[in-house]
Design a protein around this ligand. Structure first.
Ligand SMILES: Cc1cc2nc3c(=O)[nH]c(=O)nc-3n(C[C@H](O)[C@H](O)[C@H](O)COP(=O)(O)O)c2cc1C
Length: 314
């Protein structure tokens, strides 16, 4: 049996190059990275520099898949061909982003309520992406999981090589307790390719439960990995992080963020960048520390708070 895949879920402005490098330095790498989406429209491909850097400066040794969000086949095909010139392991179609701005144009989860558009995008991308390199990341419906069988039929017809299912509808957004693992199971049974389960997996025990009972091919973890980046090490049989290791994580992330910001860095800008990750980590801190972190404009102050962080076990 092959080892399950462990993917870092794409998170715009969060799972960036600094975060990828941090995972390398702390020795906790997933088996796949996926970039946050490049927005593909008839007139332009918004080649976001930060996402491009994840590909061009990926020195982690972990393959990286480039994700596209769009609602028309031709621009997606054009941009996939362009991204395939770069050192990417494949192309992923985003059929899950719930942002109203993206959905208004029929992209992201917007594709889930327009099956002809979804079909055209899937078929178009399949025709230009080499075998073994085409994947889809989807939610389980726009408003209701009753829509999922028809969505799965469209996905199956395009024969993707890998599918990631975030077990929520678009309507559920990110609401607590709305992940439905049985819908991920439905995709596993229906599709002929590996399916990675995604949604609110935050602990080793949860990941192991999903792998054993829901999606044996693998799991994709986003916010849980920002809060505990050692989860990939744990999934490879390594130990849970100590408090010192978590403090070290914040220090390394501060250094790597400094490195990507480089000459564009200002003290407040550096703190604001750190707050993008901290948004998923505040429960490590006391209410007073959280208050101070949220208002921090000086990176040395931020570092002092990290140094005094205590996990609940201490
Ligand atoms: C801040 C943020 C940005 C995200 N950006 C993307 C994105 O660019 N592409 C994508 O497919 N999903 C994106 N997602 C969704 C995640 O990849 C993932 O599906 C979702 O967070 C559920 O997984 P989790 O509970 O493990 O975080 C984003 C989520 C968050 C919270």
């Amino acid at each position: 049996m092959t080892a399950p895949l462990t993917a870092l879920a794409p998170m715009q402005d969060v799972t960036d190059l600094a975060f990828m490098r941090t995972l390398t330095r702390i020795g906790s790498l997933p088996s796949i990275f996926v970039t946050a989406y490049f927005r593909s429209t008839p007139t332009t491909c918004a080649i976001a520099e930060a996402n491009l850097r994840c590909i061009e400066e990926n020195e982690t040794g972990v393959p990286i898949i480039a994700q596209l969000a769009g609602s028309e086949a031709a621009p997606l095909m054009r941009d996939a061909e362009r991204l395939l010139q770069l050192p990417v392991a494949g192309i992923n179609l985003n059929a899950g982003c719930p942002s109203p701005l993206v959905n208004r144009h029929g992209a992201g989860a917007g594709l889930l309520r327009d099956l002809p558009a979804l079909r055209a995008c899937l078929q178009g991308l399949r025709s230009v992406v080499p075998t073994g390199q085409f994947s889809v990341k989807c939610r389980t419906g726009w408003a209701d999981t009753a829509e999922f069988p028809a969505i799965l039929a469209e996905i199956a017809a395009a024969s993707p090589d890998l599918v990631m299912v975030h077990g929520r509808t678009r309507k559920a957004l990110y609401a607590a307790h709305t992940v439905q693992p049985e819908t991920v199971q439905q995709a596993v049974s229906y599709l002929n390719c590996p399916v990675l389960g995604n949604g609110d997996i935050t602990t080793l025990q949860q990941a192991q439960h999903w792998l054993a009972h829901i999606c044996p091919a693998g799991v994709m973890i986003g916010r849980g990995a920002v809060r505990n980046p050692y989860i990939f090490r744990q999934l490879r049989g390594g130990p849970a992080p100590t408090t010192d290791e978590l403090r070290h994580y914040f220090t390394v992330l501060t250094e790597e963020t400094n490195r990507i910001l480089h000459t564009k860095r200002t003290p407040a800008g550096h703190c604001n960048r750190m707050k993008k990750y901290l948004a998923f980590c505040y429960d490590y801190f006391t209410p007073e520390q959280e208050h101070a972190l949220r208002r921090c404009t000086d990176i040395a102050d931020m570092q002092r708070i990290f140094d005094h962080m205590q996990t609940p076990e201490e």
